[in-house]
Design a protein around this ligand. Structure first.
Ligand code: TMP
Ligand code: ZN
Length: 414
């Protein structure tokens, strides 16, 4: 059960250097129902390594993707900002790539169809691929054709044979999620028509390191990418990046644009050299840039525990969490926070309500609990939605309630 890989999942070199070891953790999205509270909970090592040969940061646990993704509690459409970003993306892609009724857009990890539905509205044929049955059903109900399967070279060959090669392939927040990265990128290369464009979004490792976002490290995320490493991976499979955009999502993401290596139509754009330069300036081409991270995680953890101790034990204040996202699970578990420090966690996702967070077993409740219980502090676990959450809960100020962000260092806001 607790097996680990010894070699880099991309280049095969021995994984000997630590990035950070977060100990033994339950799966971050494995919310617990009441009847399972007293049952044993599977834990897996969450030990993140740096491959010193290719500089790919990756955890070494063997966790079956079927365990994580078959029933997935994450519905992209619940975030307003996310949906707006998707709508704008579809419009721009249509214009820039000249997509029309004879084109096809394939999305890997298409979730509930939050993105493809906009292409459908624009009259462009689409196909979604997602292994999670529950989200794929929602997508199909919304008119987005979706196949429930894992993506890789075999799936790509099958799609091409059925005439489903793509003019645009989208892979948002999935490059981190596929343990066999070589098979997935080989699949992308196969399914992309000559002259086609591939775009992908993923959280930027530079931001993770700078802002100590250790809570975004969990088993679902096998890989943590810099642009320099991703360029190396794509290039091995005959693809090249020609542009990069920086996005605010998930604490700082990159959106790459890539094409077949031999495609002459896309000249390198300034966005790419900008991000390359930022990484070089941060020294990410050298092993030393990765060395201090574990110590900074320790400091962040101590600061959060000191705040919680001071607030709850010495001042008898009540603290609640907001946002039962995977990063919230991870933060609470890595810091060893439990019900003696945080009363409950608010989340508006209907499927999460009434369940308990993995590991910490904090109860997940609806937003109305806040008015009823008048907590002193709201710990913003979903800090990537900080502004939206603070606007929504502005009324806690009526009773002197205040907001706290946990990272890069626990801070009580204004
Ligand atoms: P995410 O960071 O992965 O998008 O997850 C954010 C979590 O926070 C998700 O479970 C939904 C929840 N949430 C609310 O319940 N209400 C809100 O207003 C926002 C912004 C998030
Ligand atoms: Zn490697």
């Amino acid at each position: 059960m607790n097996d680990t890989v010894a070699a880099c999942r991309f280049c095969g070199s021995a994984l000997e250097t630590d990035f950070v070891d977060l100990g033994s953790m339950p799966l971050a999205n494995n919310f617990i129902t009441r009847d399972k509270l007293d049952k044993p909970e599977p834990h897996y090592p969450l030990h993140v390594k740096l491959c010193t040969k290719c500089l790919l940061v990756q955890h070494n646990a063997i966790v079956s993707p079927e365990n994580i993704f078959t029933d997935y509690p994450y519905f992209s459409s619940y975030s307003a900002a996310w949906c707006e970003q998707a709508r704008r993306y579809a419009l721009t892609a249509k214009q820039r790539l000249g997509l029309g009724p004879a084109s096809r857009v394939v999305e890997i990890g298409s979730n509930d169809g939050y993105l493809l539905r906009h292409f459908v509205e624009l009259g462009i044929p689409v196909l979604g691929i997602d292994p999670a049955r529950n989200v794929a059903e929602v997508a199909r109900a919304a008119g987005v054709p979706t196949e429930t399967r894992f993506f890789g070279a075999a799936a790509a060959r099958d799609l091409v044979a059925r005439g489903c090669a793509a003019d645009l392939v989208v892979a948002n927040n999935v490059l981190a999620h596929v343990p066999d990265i070589n098979d997935a990128i080989a699949g992308l290369k196969l399914v992309l028509k000559p002259g086609g464009v591939f775009t992908a979004e993923f959280p930027h490792l530079l931001r993770l390191i700078r802002e100590v976002q250790f809570d975004t490290i969990y088993h679902e995320h096998f890989f943590y990418y810099s642009i320099m490493v991703l360029e190396r991976i794509l290039s091995r499979h005959g693809l090249r990046i020609f542009n990069v955009e920086e996005l605010p999502s998930h604490g700082g993401s990159l959106r790459i644009f890539a094409c077949h290596q031999e495609d002459p139509t896309h000249a390198e754009e300034p966005g790419l050299s900008r991000v390359r330069a930022a990484e070089e300036e941060a020294g990410m081409d050298r092993i030393e840039a990765y060395a201090g991270f574990a110590a900074r995680v320790k400091e962040a953890r101590s600061a959060l525990l000191a705040f919680l101790d001071e607030a709850t034990r010495r001042m008898a204040k009540r603290v609640v969490g907001f946002g039962a996202a995977a990063k919230g699970s991870t933060l609470l578990n890595v810091c060893g926070v439990d019900g003696s420090q945080v009363d409950y966690v608010v989340d508006e996702t209907p499927a999460k309500r009434g369940k308990y967070l993995p590991g910490s077993h904090l109860p997940i409740v609806g937003i109305e609990a806040v008015r009823r219980t008048r907590p002193d502090y709201i710990l913003i676990l979903a800090w990537n939605h900080k502004d939206e959450i603070m606007r929504k809960l502005a009324y806690v100020r009526e009773w002197g309630g205040r907001f706290v962000v946990p990272l890069p260092r626990a801070t009580v806001l204004g």
